[in-house]
Design a protein around this ligand. Structure first.
Ligand SMILES: [Ca+2]
Ligand SMILES: [Ca+2]
Length: 372
């Protein structure tokens, strides 16, 4: 076989390598109030448990070794802030409201003529659109069954991925085309936009929620903390924070080191004290990296990303080629000028937190990973 072709096939094979777990759950079978549990987790692990997606919910469920029926605290707490978010877990930065919207205490949104309208989550039954891996063209599936927003969300998560997100103008146009092509432009259609006032203990901005039907109900007006319900799927309910339950902590596998070192020094530091500089193989790891770098003291943060100048190619330290990509415009895709100095990859700590190429002698904060 042609050597180049063989190499390309090898790269394709490498791109399907499964990612390693970036967060580990620890069940603590001691009854504490929510605040006591939070303190315990921060002292012994990273924080009370955060969940980003359906994967996390099943890992949470598995982490709780059920010795008898009980409620179990996780790290979600009610605050006074009430902000719009996407069901998929992303913050809502693009909000294309129809005129005069949002106009009430409503907490969910439908789309009509490309614009968003807030609407009561539980009172109304609408058709909806799921994001899906089944439809290779659009990544979207239209469901004509009428459901309230939470049922629609559960349906999408069980059968597809989630209720659809509309994160920018481009996705808005794609969705509108899909709506026109599906001949449903006259209908109100649920999208994944909702708002709530819950916040994760570790400050993660994940808007993923997995409520048990009719929860959170804030019974008695004092239920400001979140627990896994005593039911087979371990979906979530609210309860009073002073109740004493066992709890789940999580341990982050990504650690931001707030020292300013060159790339090589950072690499040595991570290998001596942890495992390695972080490799960002997927959108999920990128999201965790984005959470971590918010606390950085430098404008960019080193990743385990290095450039092979002679081959004009970027590789992760873990050996994989760069399949998932998040380069800032003008970075990573054109040949590097490395006559004077080798180039390494960093992630911007502000803005849209994309990757940039920098000379390796720059002194930056960096992220180590810590598995095993
Ligand atoms: Ca409205
Ligand atoms: Ca409740």
């Amino acid at each position: 076989m042609d050597k180049t072709l063989h190499f390309i096939l090898l790269l394709i094979a490498l791109c399907s390598v499964s990612e390693c777990v970036q967060r580990q759950y620890h069940f603590v079978n001691v009854r504490k109030t929510w605040t006591e549990a939070q303190r315990y987790c921060r002292e012994n692990y990273t924080d009370l448990a955060t969940a980003d997606d359906m994967n996390d919910t099943s890992e949470l469920k598995n982490s709780v070794n059920d010795s008898g029926h009980q409620y179990v605290w996780i790290g979600l707490q009610r605050t006074s802030v009430n902000k719009w978010q996407w069901s998929s877990g992303e913050p809502a930065l693009y909000l294309n409201w129809g005129s005069g919207q949002p106009d009430g205490g409503d907490e969910c949104a439908y789309i009509f003529n490309g614009q968003f309208y807030d609407y009561s989550c539980s009172t109304y039954y609408l058709k909806f659109i799921c994001s899906s891996s089944n439809n290779m063209n659009t990544g979207l599936v239209f469901v004509s069954q009428l459901m309230n927003w939470r049922s629609a969300q559960s349906y999408c998560r069980q059968n597809h991925i989630d209720l659809v997100s509309v994160r920018n103008q481009n996705e808005s146009q794609q969705l509108q085309k899909f709506i026109n092509d599906s001949h449903i432009s006259g209908s109100f259609v649920w999208i994944g936009l909702f708002r709530d006032s819950w916040q994760w203990s570790d400050q993660s901005n994940s808007s993923f929620r997995y409520w048990y039907p009719n929860q959170p109900n804030n019974a008695g007006g004092q239920e400001n903390c979140t627990m896994l319900e005593d039911e087979p799927l371990r979906r979530w309910g609210d309860n009073t924070c002073n109740s004493k339950f066992p709890f789940v902590c999580h341990e982050d596998k990504l650690i931001l080191i707030r020292e300013k070192l060159t790339w090589s020094e950072a690499l040595r530091y991570c290998r001596q004290n942890h495992m390695d500089l972080v490799s960002v193989h997927s959108e999920e790891i990128q999201r965790r990296v984005m959470n971590v770098v918010k606390r950085a003291s430098t404008e960019a943060v080193w990743l385990g990303l290095h450039n092979y100048c002679s081959m004009n190619m970027w590789l992760w330290l873990s050996g994989e080629v760069v399949c998932y990509q998040n380069w800032a415009p003008g970075n990573g895709t054109t040949p590097e000028n490395c006559r004077l100095e080798k180039r390494k990859g960093a992630v911007q700590s502000g803005g849209d937190q994309r990757w940039i190429s920098l000379p390796e002698s720059h002194k930056l904060n960096f992220i180590c990973r810590n598995d095993e």
